[in-house]
Design a protein around this ligand. Structure first.
Ligand SMILES: Nc1ncnc2c1ncn2[C@@H]1O[C@H](COP(=O)(O)OP(=O)(O)OP(=O)(O)O)[C@@H](O)[C@H]1O
Ligand SMILES: [Mg+2]
Length: 488
């Protein structure tokens, strides 16, 4: 074989009390698509961050072929939230850095529009990123990483790029990635979606607790071996849909309107799990946050437990027994400077603590430790800063927090985004336990398989309104996808 574009040898990285990477080797050749798989916290993002220069390795070497550049799409996207999509893209090309020279706004915008439109429906490239949906932000990050390639022998790294994308967007991205590889680039991507890994990768590299445990062509990697790498356990069945008795109306809304939702009527009963499906821009991605009052919405009727709830806000919603776990946990669901325990107890403080009284840390620690064990949070360190947990483990903590005090209405947006197969099963089980205990659960998800396995019924959004409602034998992954795209 020819010289690799990238040659990584014996990479070692330790964080206090833990070895994140333990002598990891990796070669990436021209034209090759390499998938990196491993459980939450196995070291995948750390590997990318070292190659990107975000972290410094404790030992090991990294060599690139002459002229080869490394481009990255990080798990947390690394975008500037206050700037628009156009400005974020311009930053990458150094176009903002012209000092007092006239800033070529029009050109920058048009170029941005063209770049993002390669990946899906157009959106406003001049609006600040914090107003875009997670999927739109992912599109910006992807456009940025693929912009400005001067030749074809670069290596592109993607750390869970498809987590907030819907099927068509994923297809477009993969098409682009395959094209780059065919032109001679090397591609390294991290994913927990094993079907995705199978369809895209030529070679699979498995990490487990920072160690490389597999490196072989995809054709030589059996399904059970792959699952064993990611979980360490035998294949798990999707959560069984239990036949549940549904109780009183927990939430009722008519004519809900806001963000990408034009109009939605919805009733949730205690003990019910209702899904929201749809492509990006269909309204699917906005429903939980509109219901929670995190995004402005109007409605002709809105009741919780039979009582009218006209002026909605997150604080009020929490008081009325609602809980919300947003998809974009890095920005919306965790307080980055607090430790894991503090994040876990945060929404419940007003209920458990009189003002100015010392917070009873001991009791909290035990509660948090119990919940962390239940959700298999790794490391199970309740006092560690939340931002130092891996992406999937942060998601487990957010889920544990949302479910902890048995909300009446639980609103979940992409609940298993970025979590490994083992944690997925734990989260599904917790959702089912919550429903069995009388919580009304709403799950918005781009994962049709997840919705089909978990929900009693699913509402499919199309162009901001309800396109279809599926339940019983009609509720299959295939039907969900067909309805989302309006296929016959
Ligand atoms: N800056 C840091 N300080 C301390 N520990 C860290 C830091 N960054 C990562 N870690 C730890 O290193 C380990 C590897 O984390 P990493 O983010 O690489 O995992 P990952 O494989 O990307 O997981 P995921 O699939 O959940 O994103 C984890 O145990 C994580 O908690
Ligand atoms: Mg990661």
């Amino acid at each position: 074989m020819t010289e690799p574009l990238l040659h990584v040898d014996g990479l070692l990285k330790a964080f206090p009390g833990l070895t994140a990477l333990d002598h990891v080797d990796l070669d990436v050749h021209s034209g090759e698509i390499v998938a990196i798989v491993g459980h939450n916290g196995s070291g995948k993002s750390t590997l990318m961050k070292i190659l990107a220069g975000v972290y410094t390795a404790d030992a090991g070497t990294v060599q690139t072929a002459p002229g080869t550049e490394l481009h990255f799409i990080h798990q947390d996207l690394a975008l500037v939230e206050q700037l628009s999509a156009a400005e974020n893209l311009a930053l990458r090309r150094g176009e903002g850095a012209t000092g007092l020279a006239p800033y070529r706004t029009r050109e920058v915008r048009e170029r941005a529009r063209e770049l993002v439109s390669r990946f899906g429906p157009p959106f406003d490239v001049t609006c600040p990123l914090h107003r875009l949906t997670p999927a739109q932000r992912a599109v910006v990050a992807i456009s940025r990483a693929m912009d400005g390639w001067t030749h074809s022998r670069n290596v592109l790294f993607l750390d869970e790029p498809t987590e907030s994308l819907h099927r068509t967007e994923v297809d477009v991205l993969f098409e682009a990635v395959r094209r780059l590889a065919a032109d001679g680039a090397g591609i390294v991507f991290v994913s927990h979606r094993l079907d995705e890994v199978r369809s895209l990768a030529h070679r699979i590299v498995g990490l487990r607790d920072g160690r490389k445990v597999a490196d072989r062509p995809v054709t030589e990697m059996g399904e059970s071996h792959l699952i064993e790498i990611v979980t360490g356990v035998e294949k798990m069945d999707a959560a069984e849909r239990a036949a549940r008795e549904h109780g009183e109306l927990a939430l009722q809304v008519r004519g809900l309107r806001g963000a990408s939702v034009e109009s939605l009527d919805l009733a949730l009963r205690a003990g019910e799990i209702v899904g929201i499906a749809g492509t990006l821009g269909s309204g699917r991605e906005a429903v939980p946050s509109l219901l929670y009052g995190a995004t402005d919405a109007t409605a002709s009727e809105f009741t919780i437990d039979g009582a009218a709830y006209p002026h909605r806000s997150p604080a009020q919603s929490l008081k009325r027994g609602m809980a919300f776990a947003p998809a974009d946990r890095g920005r919306l669901a965790v307080v980055r400077d607090m430790n894991a325990r503090e994040n876990f107890t945060l929404p419940h403080l007003p209920r458990t603590t009189p003002a100015f009284a010392p917070i009873p840390v001991g009791g909290e620690r035990t509660e948090a430790a119990t919940a962390f064990a239940e959700y298999d949070v790794r490391p199970a360190r309740t006092e560690q800063r939340i931002s130092l947990f891996s992406g999937g483990n942060q998601q487990k903590i957010v889920m544990a927090k949302s479910m902890h005090h048995r909300p009446k209405v639980l609103l979940l947006d992409e609940p298993t985004q970025g979590v490994d197969v083992g944690a997925k099963a734990a989260i599904y089980a917790a959702i089912e336990r919550g429903a069995a205990g009388g919580t009304a659960v709403l799950v918005a998800s781009s994962d049709a398989k997840e919705l089909a396995a978990l929900c009693d019924r699913v509402i499919v959004m199309r162009d901001g309104v309800v396109g279809a409602a599926l339940s019983g034998d009609d509720l299959t992954e295939r039907r969900l996808v067909a309805e989302a795209y309006g296929l016959p």
